[in-house]
Design a binder for this molecule. Structure first.
Ligand code: ADP
Length: 407
């Protein structure tokens, strides 16, 4: 996993940059929409102002025309004022203005400093407040629409990007883990094979005392066991993935069976090396299980408790009933796990740390198998740790069944 950090940070930087560009784009689009709506408002209110000026012009023309239509006062010496054609009344003019310019009101005194006094000072022309208020309303509506549409766009695109980012991260993570797995498996195969070759050569080329031959035989058996375990795990994983991992479930009293599996494993790992303590309830606990497959679960958990703890080890296996479930816990006081790694340890090929610097042999398949097999038994497995250096515990919950004789 040497390249892991830089690759992920590069990915994160690209994601952040794209999100930032998108936010800026959408922000710019919103500001354009707001500016446009402001411009529209101004244009419309200017048109209204213009209509007030036009109304004033129309009224002034009417008055002037009416005055011009009157006969010249000088030629009408002695004429009676009352006989002259009357000027249009204010009410007539108001109606004429109203008909043509419905947004303009004729008011007795100005309502705003922009109001225009009629030519004869009889009244003022003011804009009605409703059309202006409606214009402002429309503007807020368009601003609100632009903002919500922009926010929606941002949310949709960022969610899409996040999904893409997560998918890519998963893909990348799987590729890195697969690469690590290949080098781990190569190492796991090469080491016992090389060791077996050395022992075989030694046995065939030299005459050795019986005691030394026995010691070499034990070491060769260990190497073969290691190879056998690895191949078994690989086959089980392949079967679990293709769905062809067939379990032969039988009623099993867990206590005695678990004791024998733990003790056999303790012997295999080197008597006493695990510092094994068994804390079993005296209550008989029955489950439906495939003893071989469930044995793989226990062996993997104990093998990890051995691998990921320094001497002197302290490993505890607890067995208890919990309602209609059986609770099985394998805990150690070893290297422990960081909180972020707790759910990941069950992923295929996942191993904590860097393959190049890692000391402990492994392939990252053990806990994946533990999870798959437990799930196939209708159970669930979880990892706990108080942090690096503080040990780890793995709990498996399996459905309990009544004792077969009681059914
Ligand atoms: P392997 O042991 O072959 O690497 P596993 O799937 O069994 O693969 O474990 C995955 C990883 O989880 C290990 O590489 C190790 O980093 C971590 N791990 C598993 N068991 C323990 C444990 N008991 N204590 C600390 N770390 C553990």
């Amino acid at each position: 996993m040497a390249n892991r950090a830089p690759t992920f940070s590069l990915q994160r930087i690209i994601f952040l940059a794209v999100s930032l560009v998108l936010c800026v784009q959408v922000g710019w689009w919103i500001s354009v929409q707001i500016r446009e709506s402001r411009r529209l408002l101004e244009a419309r209110s200017q048109a209204l102002q213009a209509s007030r000026a036009e109304a004033w012009q129309l009224d002034s023309l009417r008055i002037l025309n009416a005055i011009h239509a009157r006969p010249d006062r000088s030629s009408r010496v002695g004429a009676v004022e009352g006989q002259l054609p009357a000027l249009p009344s204010l009410e007539e003019r108001r109606q004429a203005i109203q008909r043509k310019y419905p947004h303009v009101a004729v008011v007795p005194s100005p309502l705003s400093p922009d109001d225009l006094a009629l030519l004869d000072g009889a009244a003022f022309l003011s804009l009605r407040p409703e059309p202006l208020a409606e214009l402002r309303n429309q503007r807020w509506h368009s601003v609100f629409r632009a903002t919500t549409e922009g926010a929606f766009m941002v949310i949709v695109v960022i969610s899409g990007l996040m999904m893409l980012y997560r998918k890519l991260s998963e893909e990348l993570d799987l590729r890195l883990r697969q690469r690590n797995f290949t080098s781990a498996v190569t190492h796991e195969l090469k080491t016992p094979i090389a060791s077996l070759r050395v022992w075989t050569e030694t046995l065939f080329t030299r005459t050795l005392p019986e005691e030394q031959r026995t010691r070499i035989r034990i070491l060769m058996e260990k190497d073969l066991e290691r190879l056998n375990e690895l191949v078994g795990n690989l086959l089980d994983v392949a079967r679990a993935e293709s769905g062809s991992l067939v379990l032969h479930l039988v009623p099993l009293e867990l206590g005695p069976w678990l004791r024998s599996v733990c003790e056999a494993m303790d012997q295999r790992l080197g008597a006493g090396e695990l510092g094994l303590r068994l804390e079993f309830t005296s209550e008989p606990l029955w489950i439906e299980a495939d003893p071989k497959a469930l044995g793989t679960v226990i062996e993997n958990l104990l093998s990890n408790a051995y691998k990921y703890a320094a001497e002197p080890r302290e490993t505890t296996v607890t067995l208890d009933g919990d309602g209609d479930e059986v609770l099985l816990v394998v805990s150690d006081l070893g290297h422990g796990l960081a909180p972020k790694d707790l759910p990941r340890v069950f992923h295929r090929f996942f191993r904590v740390g860097d393959e190049m610097t890692r000391q402990v042999a492994g392939t990252g398949l053990g806990l994946f198998l533990v999870k798959e097999i437990t799930a196939r038994h209708g159970g669930k497995v979880q990892a706990f740790s108080r942090g690096p250096g503080l040990g780890a515990a793995f709990t498996a919950r399996l459905p309990r069944i009544p004792r077969p004789e009681d059914v």
